[in-house]
Design a protein around this ligand. Structure first.
Ligand SMILES: Cc1cc2nc3c(=O)[nH]c(=O)nc-3n(C[C@H](O)[C@H](O)[C@H](O)COP(=O)(O)OP(=O)(O)OC[C@H]3O[C@@H](n4cnc5c(N)ncnc54)[C@H](O)[C@@H]3O)c2cc1C
Length: 388
């Protein structure tokens, strides 16, 4: 057997064996189709089943529910390798399913809910989405207006959600709604809503600047009646569940930014080594070499900050400062890198045949989705500035 060398002190040989498995899957089953799926603005739902068969959808979930009980590093391996497909939308959709939405049921749901929903999510039979953002409230989660009113053995949900990833593919939505209208963030609870529930509607699939393989949509809830047993955890705790989950979501967003930037950087290196101007390779102009040196340094800094945040999260406890720093730095770095790498491609960088064009569009989401850079700075300023 070939010995695999761990690329950092955080990854063991088991992580590297898994890395090879995901890399082969991406090379064989995603990359050959990704351009077509980008054009069609959707990837086949059957890919979830396939990833379920391969054990990719329940990495950190308990074996009792079909998961593998692995650590955060295994999730980062999945993230890093999925991003090799050179389209951010697909990894985003898959990771929303595995680590940003089903997490509500896995962490805060009861055993019955986990058996009913988490088990088929791990096999890929059911796809999950998280519906928090609304037309009038994104960063300000406490300002959501969707309501859930108790009525006998049911809750009745009314409201609207926007920018929801997996809107077309999802069978199950973890929905934030106010059970106490005027209690701000303390009035929020989380609910499981199945797609087929009467009154639930996908209003439309949204057209976007990038991330086209990911299905982003607008949802409407009109007198949506769900059984009381679909409440996740306790009433009024939804905001805290959302904030807890944000740590994973933002760490993964940081890792996605780093991983996609790595691809863009390697593509750019290849290009400037081949392209010649003024009688020499573009890379041999000193200004280009210095630019690449700066980009490589920033990219490595973002990667190490992301690993540092992952380490803090893996140890347990509150890692929101570390994770916010990683997301802020990695997202902003990725957009600077996108600008400069496209520039280094000259006119070809503006053409759709070159992956840098897609990266430039896709990565613009990074400082917005899952908490904007401004919100990250707020968190760091509030929580991270008073250390010894
Ligand atoms: C492609 C895509 C996929 C998404 N997927 C999901 C999903 O699956 N589920 C989900 O629930 N949501 C999803 N979102 C929503 C996303 O999380 C929000 O767009 C994001 O949190 C920002 O909220 P907003 O768009 O309402 O912007 P706003 O909150 O209205 O912010 C507008 C501007 O004001 C700034 N701002 C806000 N507050 C402050 C402040 N305190 N200080 C300084 N500046 C501030 C923001 O940084 C931003 O620049 C998705 C969004 C996109 C674009």
């Amino acid at each position: 057997m070939t010995m695999l060398t761990a690329p950092s002190r955080y990854f063991t040989q088991d992580h590297e064996i898994f890395r090879e498995q995901v890399r082969t899957f991406v090379q064989k089953e995603i990359s050959p189709h990704i351009d077509q799926w980008e054009q069609e603005e959707l990837f086949p739902k059957s890919l979830y089943r396939r990833m379920g068969e391969l054990g990719f959808l329940g990495i950190r979930y308990p074996e009792k529910y079909g998961g593998s009980g692995e650590d955060i590093w295994m999730t980062l391996v999945l993230c890093e390798e999925l991003c090799r497909c050179r389209a951010w939308g697909l990894p985003m959709s898959v990771l929303v399913h595995t680590d940003m939405s089903s997490t509500h049921i896995a962490r805060y749901g009861n055993d019955e809910q986990r058996q009913q929903y988490l088990v088929p999510m791990i096999t890929g039979e059911k796809v999950c989405a998280i519906a928090v953002s609304e037309p009038a409230a994104g960063s300000d989660v406490g300002g959501i207006q969707t309501t859930a009113v108790k009525d006998g053995d049911s809750y009745v949900i009314n409201g609207a959600k926007i920018f929801i990833t997996n809107s077309v593919h999802a069978d199950v939505f973890c929905v934030a709604a106010k059970t106490i209208k005027d209690a701000g963030h303390r009035g929020i609870s989380m609910f499981i809503v199945e797609r087929e529930t009467p009154g639930f509607q996908l209003v439309k699939k949204l057209k976007k600047l990038g991330n086209n393989t990911s299905d982003t949509g607008e949802l409407l809830f009109e007198e949506v009646r769900i059984p009381r047993r679909n409440l996740i955890g306790e009433e009024g705790k939804g905001f805290y569940y959302i904030m807890g989950n944000f740590q994973d979501e933002r760490l993964i967003a940081a890792s996605m930014a780093v991983s996609a930037s790595q691809q863009a950087f390697e593509d750019t290196l290849r290009y400037v080594r081949e392209r010649k101007t003024f009688g020499k390779r573009v890379i041999d102009h000193q200004a280009v070499g210095h630019r690449l040196a700066d980009l490589a340094t920033e990219l490595e800094a973002a990667r190490q900050l992301t690993y540092y945040a992952a380490d803090a999260l893996q140890r347990g406890g509150d890692a929101s400062t570390e994770v916010s720093m990683a997301k802020l730095f990695a997202s902003e770095m990725a957009n600077r890198l996108a600008y400069h790498c496209l520039q280094l491609h000259g006119g070809y960088g503006y053409m759709q045949e070159f992956p840098i064009e897609r990266f430039f569009r896709d990565i613009r989401l990074s400082p917005i989705g899952g908490g904007t850079s401004e919100v990250m700075r707020d968190i760091i300023a509030r929580r991270g500035l008073d250390r010894d």
